[in-house]
Design a protein around this ligand. Structure first.
Ligand code: C5P
Length: 218
């Protein structure tokens, strides 16, 4: 069977990561969470009080950031990170860190390297447009804002993080705004991407749909 690249882009909170993870597992593909890489850089900058608006500090900071994946686990300078990447503090910084060209260059190079043997499912904002413009299957996920916010609230509640629906909605809207209007690699649907509105789909329905599309190609 031939191996392909599956690129999943879309707005924040539309279920890209949960879907991509399961699609990869069903196809025995590697899952790469590109958003976690941007989150890791944002987390590192916050922890180390790096003023990323200062070019020298930015370059030095980026040089000190070594990201790798061990299975699905992200390691930053050998330290496994998970919950640390999902806090509201990181949510509030990550989109502005992601507007920086040098940050994107570093991470996009690494993402292309990880996907060069194919057999990967990568989710993010620019995967079908910039990272893998030749991906064999491209999806663009959308969903109603109220539904997205409610889903995100449930996820946070399960993790014991108490955040108001209003704050969650504001953050999702602001991230969509910054991600869609930035100069470098703005979030947009690739011309050859299929749109999937997940508002009224269960997670399993989303997964089944994408696996069926993939199986029609491989
Ligand atoms: O996917 P996730 O919500 O974890 O991504 C966090 C943030 O990282 C996004 O809001 C966006 O600013 C940035 N991002 C990006 N390009 C990607 C993946 C994520 O700019 N390919």
């Amino acid at each position: 069977m031939k191996k392909i690249v599956i690129a999943i882009d879309g707005y924040s909170g539309t279920g890209k990561s949960s879907t991509a993870k399961q699609v990869a597992s069903r196809l025995s593909y590697t899952y790469i969470d590109s958003g976690a890489m941007y989150r890791a850089v944002a987390w590192f900058f916050i922890q180390n009080k790096i003023d990323y608006s200062n070019n020298e500090e930015l370059v030095k900071g980026l040089e000190q950031c070594h990201i790798e994946f061990q299975g699905k686990k992200l390691l930053l300078n050998n330290q496994p990170l998970d919950g640390e990447l999902r806090t509201m503090e990181v949510n509030n910084h990550v989109s502005s860190v992601s507007t920086i060209e040098k940050v994107r260059e570093k991470l996009v190079d690494q993402q292309r390297e990880m996907g060069k043997e194919k057999g990967v499912v990568m989710d993010g904002r620019d995967i079908g447009t910039v990272v893998f413009p030749d991906a064999e299957l491209k999806l663009f996920m959308t969903a109603d804002m109220d539904i997205r916010a409610e889903r995100r609230k449930k996820e946070l509640d399960v993790k014991g993080i108490n955040e108001s629906l209003q704050k969650i909605k504001e953050n999702l809207k602001e991230r969509d705004r910054v991600d869609s209007s930035r100069k470098y690699s703005p979030l947009k649907q690739a011309e050859d991407a299929k749109e999937i509105d997940t508002s009224h789909l269960t997670l399993n329905q989303q997964i089944d749909k994408i696996v069926a599309l993939a199986e029609s190609i491989i």
